[in-house]
Design a protein around this ligand. Structure first.
Ligand code: NDP
Length: 251
């Protein structure tokens, strides 16, 4: 039920953090994972980490905010592998400023990276998934898909919209046997949050205090949900937004 042997998966932002945690989960379940990022050397290192464990992976360089680059990236995946079954829209950034301090350029950078990229990558993946007889789209939201934070106006707006975008494509593409779901990670220890921990006073203590699991998550904590949502185990699950947060959102 969870076997992904023969499946081709794209993971955007798969060269580090949560993306690499999910990429490793998918590859351990048998998928061939294509790591997509801007930094070719970071992607090559991630591919090396996976292939050293006997897993299947390669990389394609692309900026997911660039429509033409996304088209070319999906074209390259199809040229190399002849199919696309799984897309994880994980690439994301945050610019931590209150709304009155955020520039339009900051706003657009966050929206383009976190939200518009999910649209253009999903749109590019639709035709190959349909011709494969079905597919799985996994979009990465956040606790800020649910909650507000003073330093995250664009990030929160983008992550809230990711959930609504997911519901839209889930309804549109159900007839093509493409299931689309969102994952809402809690506080996970990555480069992104290491910066937040130093930028936001008291954050570390607040996260530990509110998370019933009593710890920050690790990228590997996202592997299981990725495998579930990429596999036939979730064939009747679509349009959901599943927290993976050690209980943060119910506490
Ligand atoms: P990291 O900063 O560790 O990784 C972000 C990844 O996104 C990098 O691999 C980066 O690769 C890629 N990326 C960024 N911009 C682009 C772009 N324009 N084109 C292609 N790739 C891009 O972050 P995390 O692992 O922490 O976050 C991953 C996702 O999870 C994000 O969507 C984030 O919002 C979300 N998230 C994270 C949480 C956490 O606690 N860490 C909590 C909730 C959600 P490269 O530099 O090579 O382009």
């Amino acid at each position: 039920m969870f076997d992904l042997t023969g499946k081709i998966a794209i993971v955007t932002g798969g060269n580090g953090g949560i993306g690499l945690g999910m990429a490793q989960g998918l590859a351990l379940a048998g998928a061939h994972v294509v790591i997509v990022g801007r930094d070719a050397s970071k992607s090559a290192a991630a591919v090396g980490t996976l292939t050293a464990k006997g897993l299947r992976a390669d990389a394609v360089e692309a900026d997911v905010t660039d429509e033409a680059a996304v088209q070319a990236m999906v074209g390259e995946v199809l040229r190399r592998h002849n199919a696309l079954h799984i897309l994880v829209n994980n690439a994301g950034i945050n610019i931590r400023k209150a709304a009155h301090e955020l520039t339009l350029q900051d706003w657009s950078a966050v929206m383009d990276t976190n939200l518009t990229s999910a649209f253009i990558c999903s749109r590019a993946a639709h035709a190959p998934m349909k011709s494969a007889g079905g597919g799985k789209v996994i979009n990465i939201g956040s606790m800020l898909s649910i909650f507000g934070a003073p330093y995250a106006p664009a990030y929160g707006a983008s992550k809230g919209a990711v959930v609504q975008f997911t519901r839209s494509i889930a309804t549109a593409w159900a007839a093509d046997n493409i299931q689309c779901n969102a994952v809402l990670p809690g506080w996970i220890d990555t480069e992104l949050t290491r910066k937040a921990r130093s930028d936001v006073p008291g954050l570390n203590e607040r996260v530990l205090g509110r998370t019933p699991a009593g710890r920050w998550g690790a990228p590997a904590d996202l592997a299981g949900i990725a495998v579930f949502l990429a596999s036939s185990a979730s064939d009747f699950v679509t349009g959901t937004a599943i927290p993976v947060d050690g209980g943060y959102s119910i506490s």
